[in-house]
Design a protein around this ligand. Structure first.
Ligand SMILES: Cc1cc2nc3c(=O)[nH]c(=O)nc-3n(C[C@H](O)[C@H](O)[C@H](O)COP(=O)(O)OP(=O)(O)OC[C@H]3O[C@@H](n4cnc5c(N)ncnc54)[C@H](O)[C@@H]3O)c2cc1C
Length: 479
C-alpha cells in the first residue's frame, strides 16, 4: 500500500504532459487552486483538438453549411442573378475557394492556440516547449532542443498525462499527405477534390463526407458495417443515409477497404471483395491510437490496456496514486469535452477539492454532419425506459425554415417519468441538446420539462411537445 503524505504549508506542484483540452483545463484548475503548475507541450497549446482536429473540422463544416444554405435558399424563394452584357439575368455559380477556406481555418486554429497559451501565462502556468517523458513516478524529463539534446527535469507531487491520440494508419493504406490523407492532412488540399473516397463511416468519416458533399465534391463513403455511424442511434443514422443519398453520395455498406494506392493522378481503393473504387483523393478515417508509447509509463507502474490506452478510474487516477491521465490517451470516451472535464476533475481530486466522478451517461455529444446529430444519456436501455420520437416536419418553425429532415427523441424511465436521455437530429442539434442534458443531469420528469416555456415558433418546441406527449408514461407502464 502506498501512503501519501502532504506538507500543506508547501505549494503543491503539478506537472502536465500535453496541452490539449485535458492538459489545458488541468493547468488552469491547478493554478486556480494555488498550485505551482508546469505544462509540457511539444506542438502547441490547445493540442490536436485546436490545431488539427476539432477546431479545423468545425470551421470547415461552418463553411460547408454556408455553401449548403446558398444552395437551399432557392427553395425559400431567394434567387441570385447577375446581369450579363446583353442585360439578360444570368445565374451565377457558387465557387468554393478551398485555398482561402483552408487558410482561414489554419489561421483561426493558430490564433485560438495562441489565445489559450496567453490565458495559461496570465494564470501563472509555466509552459515548457518540448517532448516530455516520465522518469519514475514523480518527475518528467523534457527534451527541449531541436535535436533532442537539451533537457529539463521537473519534479512534481502530481503528474497528469494528457498526450492525446494520433490517426490510425493501415500498412496497406499509408497516408502520403498528397492523395491518401489523414484528417490532419485535409487542410493541405488547394482545391475541392473531384472525387473524395472516405474510408470509415464513424463520426470523423461522416463529418468530412457531409462537409465535402456540401462543398460540391463527389463523395463515396466506405463503411465496413451495415449502417453509417455504427453504434449511434439507428433512426439518426437512417436520416443521415437518406440525406447523403439525396445529395448524390455513394454509400458502400459492409465494404472493408483492404488497400489504398496513390496512382499519381488519383487513388484506387481495393475492397475486401476484390472490387475497386477510383477517386481523386482518399481520407482514411479509421480511428485513433493513443500517444502512449515510449513515455515511461510502464516503468512508472502505470497500467495500460492492450490497446495502449491508460487505465483510469472516474476521477482520472491511474494505477499509480499520484499519476493521473485524461483525454484520448485513456480508456474513457475520446471527446474534447470529456477531456476538459476530466482535466479539472483530476486536479480537484489530487488537491483534495470536491469532485463529481465522471459519468458516461451524462455526456452530451454531437456529430457535426448536416443535419447535426446530438445525443445525451441512456438511449439504448429499452428494458427500463420508454421513448417518444417527434419528426421535425411537424414543427412549425422547421416548416418555415424549409427543414425536412430530423427529429427529437426523448427517453424516460418507465417507473418515474424521469428523463434519462435524448437524441436530436436537426440543424444546430448541438445547441438543442442542452435542455435535454440539463433534464438528465437534474433528473427532471417529462412533466417538469413539459411545463417549461419555449419560444413560439422554435425547434426547441419539439422538445416540450415530446415531453407533453409522454405525460403519464409512468402510470401507463403500470408501475
Ligand atoms: C476530426 C476530429 C474532429 C473532432 N471533433 C470533435 C468535436 O467536435 N467535439 C469533441 O468534443 N471532440 C471532437 N474530437 C475529439 C477531440 O479532438 C479529442 O477528444 C481531444 O482532442 C482530446 O484531447 P486531449 O486532451 O486528449 O489532447 P489532444 O487534443 O489530443 O492533444 C494532446 C497534446 O499532447 C501533446 N503531446 C503528446 N505527446 C507529448 C509528449 N510526449 N510531450 C509533450 N507533448 C505531447 C500533443 O502535441 C498534443 O498537443 C474530434 C476528433 C477528430 C479526430
Amino acid at each position: 500500500m502506498v501512503i501519501m503524505t502532504f506538507d500543506f504549508a508547501r505549494k503543491q506542484t503539478i506537472a502536465i504532459i500535453g496541452g490539449g483540452p485535458g492538459g489545458y483545463e488541468a493547468a488552469l484548475a491547478g493554478a486556480q487552486l494555488g498550485a505551482d503548475v508546469t505544462l509540457v507541450e511539444s506542438t502547441g497549446v490547445g493540442g490536436s483538438a485546436v490545431l488539427t482536429d476539432v477546431v479545423p473540422s468545425k470551421t470547415l463544416i461552418a463553411t460547408a453549411d454556408a455553401a449548403r444554405a446558398i444552395d437551399d435558399a432557392g427553395e425559400l424563394g431567394v434567387q441570385f442573378f447577375a446581369r450579363g452584357d446583353s442585360g439578360k439575368p444570368l445565374k451565377p455559380e457558387v465557387a468554393i475557394n478551398l485555398l482561402a477556406i483552408n487558410k482561414r481555418i489554419l489561421a483561426l486554429a493558430g490564433q485560438q492556440s495562441e489565445d489559450m497559451r496567453e490565458r495559461l501565462i496570465e494564470a501563472g502556468v509555466n509552459i515548457i516547449s518540448g517532448h516530455g517523458r516520465l522518469e519514475g513516478d514523480d518527475a518528467i524529463v523534457v527534451s527541449t532542443g531541436p535535436d533532442g539534446t537539451d533537457f529539463d527535469r521537473i519534479e512534481a507531487d502530481t503528474i497528469i498525462v494528457s498526450v492525446g491520440a494520433s490517426p490510425r494508419e493501415l500498412p496497406s493504406a499509408k497516408p502520403d499527405g498528397d492523395r491518401v490523407l489523414t484528417w490532419k492532412q485535409m487542410y493541405n488540399m488547394s482545391a475541392v477534390p473531384e472525387h473524395l473516397i472516405v474510408v470509415g463511416s464513424g463520426v470523423t468519416g461522416a463529418e468530412f463526407a457531409s462537409a465535402y458533399m456540401n462543398l460540391g465534391a463527389k463523395v463515396t463513403l466506405v463503411s465496413s458495417r451495415e449502417q453509417v455511424l455504427p453504434g449511434e442511434d439507428a433512426d439518426a443514422a437512417r436520416v443521415l443515409e437518406k440525406v447523403f443519398t439525396r445529395g448524390g453520395m455513394t454509400l458502400l455498406a459492409k465494404s472493408r477497404a483492404e488497400s489504398v494506392e496513390n496512382t499519381g493522378h488519383g487513388v484506387t481503393v481495393t475492397l475486401s471483395d476484390g472490387s475497386t473504387v477510383e477517386g481523386s483523393h482518399c481520407l482514411m478515417a479509421v480511428g485513433g491510437v493513443p500517444n502512449t508509447r515510449d513515455l515511461g509509463l510502464e516503468d512508472a507502474g502505470v497500467q495500460l490496456a492492450d490497446s495502449g490506452h491508460i487505465q483510469v478510474n472516474r476521477v482520472g487516477r491511474t494505477s499509480v496514486p499520484n499519476i493521473y491521465a485524461v483525454g484520448d490517451c485513456t480508456n474513457l470516451v475520446p471527446l474534447a469535452s470529456v477531456s476538459s472535464m476530466l482535466g479539472r476533475t483530476a486536479v480537484f481530486h489530487a488537491m483534495g477539492d470536491a469532485v463529481i466522478p465522471f459519468a458516461e451517461h451524462k455526456i452530451a455529444s454531437n456529430i457535426f454532419t448536416s443535419p447535426e446529430i446530438a445525443t445525451v444519456g441512456w438511449t439504448n436501455d429499452a428494458k427500463h425506459s420508454v421513448e417518444l420520437k417527434l419528426d421535425l416536419e411537424e414543427n412549425p418553425r422547421a416548416k418555415m425554415m424549409g427543414v425536412k429532415d430530423g427529429f427529437v427523441k426523448l427517453y424516460a424511465r418507465d417507473t418515474s417519468g424521469t428523463v434519462v436521455g435524448g437524441v436530436v437530429v436537426a440543424p444546430k442539434a448541438s445547441e438543442l441538446i442542452y435542455p435535454i442534458a440539463m433534464a438528465v443531469e437534474r433528473r427532471l420528469t417529462v412533466d417538469q420539462v413539459a411545463r417549461v416555456f419555449t419560444a413560439y415558433p422554435s425547434l426547441a418546441g419539439s422538445i416540450t411537445d415530446a415531453a407533453r406527449a409522454m405525460h403519464g408514461v409512468d402510470e401507463r407502464s403500470g408501475s
